[in-house]
Write a protein that binds this ligand. Structure first.
Ligand code: DPP
Ligand code: ZN
Length: 886
């Protein structure tokens, strides 16, 4: 397979002004007739260039130029291209192709999902529908006519506005759609199915009424309200916060059960994984509700950051994704709890993106090369990309950032842009020089900052010295990397609270009236900041709000951490201090575990928890967040060598001791939050209450409190929402107390009986079992693979069972016998043929082999090598496996 480089980018030799598609869907073959208005790109150097179109998995039936058939001898077909050597400077190209969507298990291009036809074209799926210049810098005006059986497929949709529809012979009908906005092919969409719809309207800031429609299978009509409300909130928010108004007269969402991604922002016709659009309290957890809100907003926001201004090439993917993730994160923060949203995002980043940065697939936010672009829809491009945009926001301030964003949209509307264009708009609007800052886009790896401090009582001067470096990554060594421009937000904590900050040589920050918050700009390898007028030695609160995606080390004492935990003004920092304290405690427990010694949990942690549980004035969301111990995945990420058993058993031991020590408080908390007959709400407060209640329950059961199993069972039976129901089920499934297994078996069986017709609930049932940490995990998963509820062709099922097990159940997946690795290799080999994107995605846990002990390393590499030896490897899987073994 060939590597594609950013440095080789050339503008296209041809442009396609208009694209006219005529798609006839029948049970056997689907016939696609494409008429393209093509002309030579005036900007191209090569005036004689042949026309080379992308296309694969199709049968070309006919090709003509300006009405004259092109003879076989005048074109060349390869498995991935159609080349026509001599073409005029401007012409109409007509092709007729046959495809078989019903056999398309890759879920790219046009395919069948249950009873409907749908498409997924990003990044390069359109080339499976017709021969085309399938690249994002070719923008075209699309008209699409769909013909299908009317009884089976009453609903026929594509981008833009409906311009015609009617009946045809033999029970067929058609619909024609026209999209007035030029777009690249990856934003094309087509849907045909027997779908029900819920409708609403939105009145824009300029008083235009937009029709909003969500299409789902009839059985799911009761699960659309939350998505609709989220959509309307997102539309309003984008007007208010970014000045962006919706442009078409209609906005449609279609829910599809078989989908590789979360959702897709096709112009005017978003296609969604059912898991990211359907929600109702009985079937959907609070996390599920939040995901729907976030993804609906994300795809909607793409209408400007992605569609109106798109990407010049796929190396610029973060231009639209990083920016849009930042936008959706701010939206969610405004809709719910800002601190909770930030903590969740930072946890994800520090756990999984940092791991990606430290592994063989590490790449800069703008990768310099790829074999298969699908492999670069990564946490780095999305989440780290969003952090990079957030840093620009921090450096410029909200007002200048908005001016920069306005300028960007104004300059590049209707164009395919680059990351340089985005940064230039931010620079021009703010007058700031971001040239050093752009290293965030070109240098991979997680920067480390080491902080050291000193205090001179006589002068009241406090000094903070920050040193930065960035570890080796595949494309560059640590020596080759240049210092980053890093905003380090800080507070200085004194005995009675946050102290005023007077940084020598600067004006006070006007953002905080009391001057207790400051953004330091670290641009050198080492820099010292001096603060004056400090009456006492402060505790530095570093990287407040997680102001940069870095690892920051400072040698805090445990007392200092508890001080930050209880007194700092920044919620994120309080949580972070709590995590640091918990990590220190678990590390002690791991030490003891390795030496076979008993360990008694540091009372500092237990007492800190007792304090927050007893303090009824505290934000319950904050309490719930703090009570969650660092995950095994996070503990693995920060380890040099992952000690699977020590991490698991030590963490479980700490949880158990905390549960026993705090039983009274936990029980009180649980009881105070249970049995209140409040109507269901997804408000931040209601979510926080459920979260705290369920954490308390899980501690109580884990600590084997005498009444705990009964409480869990009671909650399971009386639950009126899925958060409470699945939490109780998971707690039972994971309990190792004697009475639990029988109860868990019964509960699982009852749960399945009750929910077997709700695919998304069944998926949660699979996850609950895949995540069960009791012994024999692999056997349970293998048994479930045979269950009628499982289907390897459905990505949500693969993620729920195989993905959950291999990513979240370390003690079972990483069993020393290597059976987990062999299992995953088998699944990847099967998936490679069916769905390469999903296959490559599932490889992630094996790519981390360097983090494990020698014996596991050998077993993991053996599994990777077995995959690499497969004869017909997809580009997707080949790229990840071969880079992992390098
Ligand atoms: N649909 C995917 C997303 O929105 C890819 N664009 O991130
Ligand atoms: Zn996106």
């Amino acid at each position: 397979p060939k590597t594609i480089y950013l440095k080789d980018y050339r503008s296209p030799d041809f442009l396609i002004d208009k694209t006219d598609l005529h798609v006839v869907l029948t049970d056997d073959v689907t016939c696609v007739t494409a008429t393209l208005q093509v002309r030579r790109n005036p900007a191209t150097e090569n005036k004689q260039a042949p026309l080379v179109l992308n296309g694969q998995d199709m049968i070309l039936k006919d090709v003509s130029i300006d009405g004259c058939p092109v003879q076989n001898s005048q074109y060349v077909l390869s498995p991935e291209t159609l080349t026509i050597n001599e073409v005029p400077d401007a012409f109409a190209l007509k092709t007729v192709c046959e495809i078989k969507p019903q056999e398309n298990t890759s879920l790219e291009g046009l395919y069948r999902s249950r009873t409907m036809y749908c498409t997924q074209c990003e990044a390069e799926g359109f080339r499976k529908i017709t021969y085309y210049l399938d690249r994002p810098d070719v923008l075209s005006e699309f008209t699409t006519t769909i013909v299908a059986d009317k009884a089976q497929f009453p609903v026929l949709l594509s981008n833009g506005n409906l311009i015609d529809k009617g009946e045809l012979d033999n029970g067929q009908h058609f619909a024609s759609w026209h999209d007035p906005f030029k777009k690249p092919a990856y934003l094309f969409a087509l849907v045909a199915g027997d779908l029900s719809v819920i409708e609403d309207t939105f009145v824009t800031c300029s008083n235009r009424t937009i029709d909003l429609k969500i299409f789902v299978e009839e059985k799911d009509l009761d699960k659309c309200d939350h998505a609709m409300a989220s959509l309307k909130n997102a539309m309003r928010w984008d007007e208010e916060v970014y000045g962006r108004e919706y442009d078409l007269d209609i906005f449609m969402i279609v829910a599809v059960d078989d989908f590789n991604m979360g959702a897709m922002e096709n112009k005017g016709l978003n296609i969604f994984n059912t898991s990211c659009v359907l929600a109702k309290p009985e079937t959907t957890t609070d996390m599920g509700f939040q995901r729907v809100e976030g993804v609906v907003a994300h795809e909607y926001f793409h209408n400007w950051s992605g569609n109106r201004v798109t990407c010049r090439d796929w190396f610029q993917l973060s231009l639209k994704e990083g920016f849009t993730v930042f936008r959706d994160a701010e939206f969610s923060a405004d809709m719910g709890s800002r601190t909770v949203k930030r903590v969740e995002d930072v946890s994800l980043l520090r756990t999984l993106q940092f791991a990606e940065d430290a592994g063989p697939m590490a790449h800069p936010v703008r990768p310099p090369s790829f074999i298969e672009i699908s492999n670069f829809y990564t946490l780095t491009v999305y989440e780290k990309g969003a952090e990079v945009v957030r840093m620009i926001h921090t450096l410029l301030g909200a007002e200048k950032f908005r001016q920069g964003s306005d300028l960007y949209f104004e300059r590049h509307d209707g164009e395919a842009a680059t990351i340089e264009n985005f940064v230039a708009a931010m620079e021009d609007a703010s007058g700031r020089d971001l040239s050093q800052f752009t290293r965030w886009y070109s240098q991979a790896g997680t920067p480390r900052i080491t902080a050291k401090d000193s205090y001179d009582e006589a002068s009241g001067i406090y000094q903070l010295t920050l040193t930065q470096s960035c570890p080796d990554t595949p494309e560059a060594t640590t020596e080759e990397k240049q210092p980053f421009h890093i905003p380090v937000a800080i507070g200085l904590l004194g005995d009675a609270g946050n102290l005023a900050i007077h940084l020598q040589g600067t004006e006070p920050d006007h953002d905080t009236p009391d001057n207790t918050h400051k953004v330091l700009e670290l641009t050198q390898a080492e820099q010292t900041f001096s603060f004056e007028k400090l009456p006492e030695r402060p505790i530095p609160v570093l990287l407040r709000g997680f102001s940069a995606p870095v690892k920051l080390e400072f040698d805090y004492s445990r007392e200092q951490l508890t001080a930050i935990m209880s007194r700092d003004d920044d919620g994120y920092s309080r949580w972070d201090a709590c995590q640091k304290l918990a990590v220190a405690v678990i590390h002690d427990a791991m030490q003891a575990y390795r030496s076979g010694q008993p360990y008694i949990v540091d009372t500092l942690l237990a007492e800190a928890y007792r304090t927050i549980l007893n303090d009824s004035s505290l934000d319950q969301a904050m309490v719930a967040l703090m009570l969650q111990l660092p995950s095994e995945a996070y503990l693995s990420e920060i380890a040099d060598v992952v000690d699977v058993e020590a991490i698991h058993f030590a963490r479980q031991d700490v949880r158990k001791q905390l549960a026993v020590a705090l039983e009274a408080e936990l029980l009180h908390t649980y009881n105070s939050l249970t049995g209140k007959d409040k109507p269901f709400s997804t408000s931040a407060e209601a979510v926080a209450e459920r979260s705290l209640k369920n954490i308390a329950l899980s501690y109580l059961v884990h600590g084997e409190a005498s009444s705990a199993l009964a409480l869990a069972q009671q909650q399971l039976q009386s639950a009126t929402n899925m958060t409470d129901e699945i939490s109780a089920l998971s707690v039972l499934v994971n309990s190792d107390s004697e009475a639990a297994p029988a109860m868990a078996q019964q509960a699982l069986a009852d749960f399945f009986t009750r929910w077997q017709h709700e695919a998304l609930v069944v998926n949660q049932w699979l996850v609950a079992q895949a995540n069960c940490v009791l012994p024999e995990g692999l056997e349970r998963v293998k048994t479930l693979m045979q269950h009628e509820a499982f289907d390897i062709k459905n990505p949500n099922k693969v993620r729920s069972l195989i993905g959950a097990f291999c990513n979240n159940n370390a003690i079972n997946f990483h069993h020393a016998d290597g059976a987990g690795y062999e299992f995953l290799a088998d699944q990847i080999i099967t998936l490679n043929e069916l769905n390469p994107q999903i296959a490559a995605r599932q490889l992630t846990p094996l790519t981390k082999w360097r983090k494990y002990d020698e014996s596991r390393q050998a077993l993991m590499c053996k599994a990777l090598e077995r995959i690499l030896a497969e004869p017909a490897l997809s580009k997707d899987v080949y790229e990840v496996v071969s880079k992992s073994l390098k």
